[in-house]
Design a protein around this ligand. Structure first.
Ligand code: SAH
Length: 216
């Protein structure tokens, strides 16, 4: 896997597109500039890596659209040293963006083939994080609490276990909705163990957050 001026140039163009769509956080834009998205694509599809579109990664899942990655990451307001739980590792791209922002990343994936692929691949491009195979609805109780939680699949409701695993003062970003077509991007701030503040940021389209583990 190699990077090149061609791909760096394409990433700069992508950053301009994201700016044009309203992404303002320079740290987020810089992380997207630094992480070669084409590394997460099969060789024959690398030319699709810098379009602002989601793309299939196998097992019926997708790498999120760059705009969606930027939007969710901006909402999360990542600070250096934040302990973050990502639900839905997928390709590992979003997790690498969080890592570039200086976070201590924990990520969980329910499809074994994707978990194993990410676990083998990410260290080879210098992305070191804690990867788990399991059900993101349950979070990672043994590693809680987290400063931030980012859910990258569409959830029919806000999982209670995830709210519990957020620190007071912590932030969760999660697309919520029953519809298979779209979900509402939602940010939850945990004020205290019993008090939450919820904000909504419009419709996005995600693959669903699924309940039971499959045997893929
Ligand atoms: N963050 C990913 C996007 C992957 S798409 C990336 O950057 O590539 C969403 C992922 O969530 C899929 O890989 C899907 O398998 C996973 N997923 C769905 N339900 C899940 C659950 N209950 N627990 C953990 N992961 C889940």
């Amino acid at each position: 896997m190699t990077d090149s001026y061609k791909y760096k140039g394409l990433r700069k163009e992508l950053i301009n597109i994201l700016r044009g769509k309203g992404i303002k956080d320079e740290n987020v834009l810089n992380a997207i500039l630094e992480v070669p998205r084409h590394y997460f694509f099969e060789y024959s599809f690398v030319d699709y890596a810098y379009q602002d579109k989601p793309f299939p990664i196998g097992a019926g899942q997708t790498i999120s659209q760059p705009y969606t990655v930027a939007f969710q990451t901006e909402l999360l307001n990542v600070k250096k040293g934040d302990k973050i739980l990502e639900v839905g590792t997928g390709s590992g791209y979003q997790a690498c963006i969080l890592l570039k922002l200086g976070a201590n990343v924990h990520t969980v994936e329910r499809i074994k083939s994707l978990y194993l692929k990410a676990k083998n691949f990410l260290p080879s491009i210098g992305c070191y994080m804690k990867l788990f195979y399991g059900d993101g609805y349950k979070g990672l109780p043994a590693y809680a609490p987290f400063d931030k939680i980012l859910v990258t699949a569409g959830a029919p409701y806000i999982p209670d276990d995830l709210l519990k695993q957020l620190k007071p003062g912590g932030i969760m970003v999660i697309p919520i909705g029953d519809s298979s077509k779209y979900q509402i991007m939602t940010r939850i701030k945990k004020i205290s163990d019993t008090e939450f503040h919820k904000e909504e940021f419009g419709a996005f389209s995600f693959v669903p957050l699924l309940k039971d583990k499959s045997n893929e």
